[in-house]
Write a protein that binds this ligand. Structure first.
Ligand code: TMP
Length: 243
């Protein structure tokens, strides 16, 4: 039966949230919001700031491609439709205050914390949770903390872990076929009418993407570590995803 297109009546209203890389606008439909992707880049909890030209356009386009791919694989997401170069219409989630990180290879904070080499393989992917808190610099937490503090129920935490591993399997295979290694990435989930949906964005800000042949970094580490060629890295990552 002809379900009304969700966006048909959604008019953009005022900004309800501004983050480091995105703005979120209310719409006339209480179930929908509009994301606006900025070029602003921060790292180390905004101690480092800059601009990556056209980043917002790349992140919006890449997130769209990944959300469509994941929906096709049976993972429900907040994505409704890309509205413009920098705007995406999304379902309005009650965000769970956890960042879910999946790692396929050692890199970044894990390499540092455990004194391992970047690129070292694991026996199996690793899922980690971080509590979303700017004043605390997003500390790593155990599932038990999330449950004990009431950030998510035991069932929800188990669901986040299994969804994160599913997302990993889908994205890793997709990127591998395009000559890109998915080293690690961060996801955010939220509640929507009794369901857990994948939210936020999936892009070079939130993933480590290495060229399979050369090991070249095609992600935000180029900005974090002052490697140069930041815009080029983002552009190449998008070209691979769209190829
Ligand atoms: P990490 O190695 O710094 O812990 O990062 C793991 C992954 O999470 C990496 O792909 C980058 C992503 N990430 C974010 O999306 N936001 C953040 O604030 C941080 C610290 C990492």
């Amino acid at each position: 039966m002809g379900e009304r297109p969700v966006e048909a009546v959604a008019q953009k209203l005022g900004m309800i949230y501004e983050g480091k890389a995105k703005q979120v606008y209310a719409t006339s439909d209480p179930d929908l919001v509009i994301f606006y992707f900025k070029d602003d880049a921060t790292a180390f909890n905004a101690k480092k700031r800059g601009t990556i030209e056209k980043k917002g356009i790349v992140n919006n386009r890449m997130s769209e491609a990944f959300f469509l791919l994941l929906e096709g694989a049976g993972v429900r997401t907040h994505f409704v439709r890309r509205l413009s170069e920098r705007e995406m219409l999304c379902r309005r989630l009650e965000i769970i205050p956890l960042e879910t990180v999946v790692r396929n290879l050692v890199a970044g904070s894990l390499a540092k914390r455990l004194g391992r080499s970047e690129g070292e393989p694991f026996k199996q992917p690793v899922v980690e949770f971080y509590f979303k808190s700017d004043p605390l610099d997003d500390p790593m937490v155990l599932p038990a903390h999330a449950i004990a503090f009431g950030w998510a129920s035991a069932e929800e935490v188990a669901r986040l872990e299994s969804l994160a591993l599913k997302v990993n399997a889908v994205l890793r295979d997709f990127l591998d076929a395009r000559g890109v290694t998915l080293v690690d990435f961060k996801l955010e989930f939220g509640r929507y009418h009794g369901e857990i949906l994948l939210g936020d964005e999936i892009c070079p800000d939130t993933c480590r993407l290495w060229d399979k042949a050369t090991g070249e970094k095609l992600d935000k580490d180029r900005f974090r570590r002052d490697l140069g060629g930041v815009e080029e890295g983002y552009r190449e990552a998008l070209a691979r995803v769209l190829s």
